[in-house]
Design a protein around this ligand. Structure first.
Ligand SMILES: Cc1cc2nc3c(=O)[nH]c(=O)nc-3n(C[C@H](O)[C@H](O)[C@H](O)COP(=O)(O)OP(=O)(O)OC[C@H]3O[C@@H](n4cnc5c(N)ncnc54)[C@H](O)[C@@H]3O)c2cc1C
Length: 196
């Protein structure tokens, strides 16, 4: 298939594999942006088994606290329909750059770790009645020293090959909002025509 405009919007490592034949150095730079595993553990409790009122968005754990979790969100405090009546849902982040090994624990050990932290931090007094684990092997690209140089290589390729575009959370911001804006902005600049 031939196209005038090609937008590469997959994760960095995937994109690196797609254009490696065009520029091996730029592909290497993109493919080696550090990103660490992250596991998300959802735990549901009976409301009466959680002493903390969970009156807010959730909590983050700064590294100096030495906890085994990065943070705990309280989705049932934020949105309707996240837990059955009389129950609460917590979403806990484990791993990342700070503790990548913990993200790789087996499910049972991961849940034990999270429940232990919730008992210590949020006055949880019973086991959860619901658990679910989701994992990201390479969660969020880290903008470490040298990142601007990596991005410079991509910008150079875009000049060299007009119509080629790199878009994703490895460039100019990782948040959902930033990613949405970047896509919107790029789309607005392109002379796109749709052929039936
Ligand atoms: C656990 C977690 C929690 C987060 N929490 C927040 C938060 O609370 N707030 C916030 O703002 N951000 C959060 N982020 C960050 C944010 O979600 C991401 O940075 C952002 O969604 C990435 O958008 P993207 O378009 O770059 O990539 P994605 O949305 O991941 O899109 C990449 C696309 O490429 C596709 N793809 C993959 N491989 C291929 C292939 N070989 N060929 C074709 N397509 C492929 C995928 O299917 C996917 O659709 C979180 C990230 C994680 C991992």
């Amino acid at each position: 298939m031939q196209a005038d405009q090609v937008i590469l919007a997959a994760p960095a490592q995937v994109v690196a594999g797609l254009f490696a034949e065009l520029d091996a150095a730029a592909a290497y730079a993109l493919g080696n942006i550090p990103a660490y595993p992250l596991s998300i553990v959802h735990t549901g409790y009976r409301r009466e088994d959680v002493g903390n009122p969970l009156d807010g968005f959730g909590m983050l754990c700064p590294s100096r606290e030495g906890r085994n979790v990065l943070g705990i969100l309280w989705p049932s405090s934020l949105f309707a329909g996240r837990a059955p009546e009389g129950h609460v849902l917590m979403t806990t982040f484990v791993g990342g750059a700070r503790a990548a090994d913990l993200a790789l624990l087996a499910n049972a050990a991961l849940i034990d770790l999270v429940v232990g932290e919730q008992q210590a931090l949020l006055d949880v007094v019973a086991d959860p009645v619901f658990t679910r684990v989701a994992r990201w092997e390479r969660a969020i690209p880290q903008y470490v020293a040298g990142h601007a140089a990596r991005m410079g290589l991509l910008a150079h390729l875009e000049v060299q090959y007009p119509g080629l575009h790199f878009l994703g959370n490895y460039r100019d911001g990782v948040s959902v909002e930033r990613c949405w804006h970047k896509g919107h902005e790029l789309g607005a600049t392109l002379p796109l025509t749709v052929q039936a």
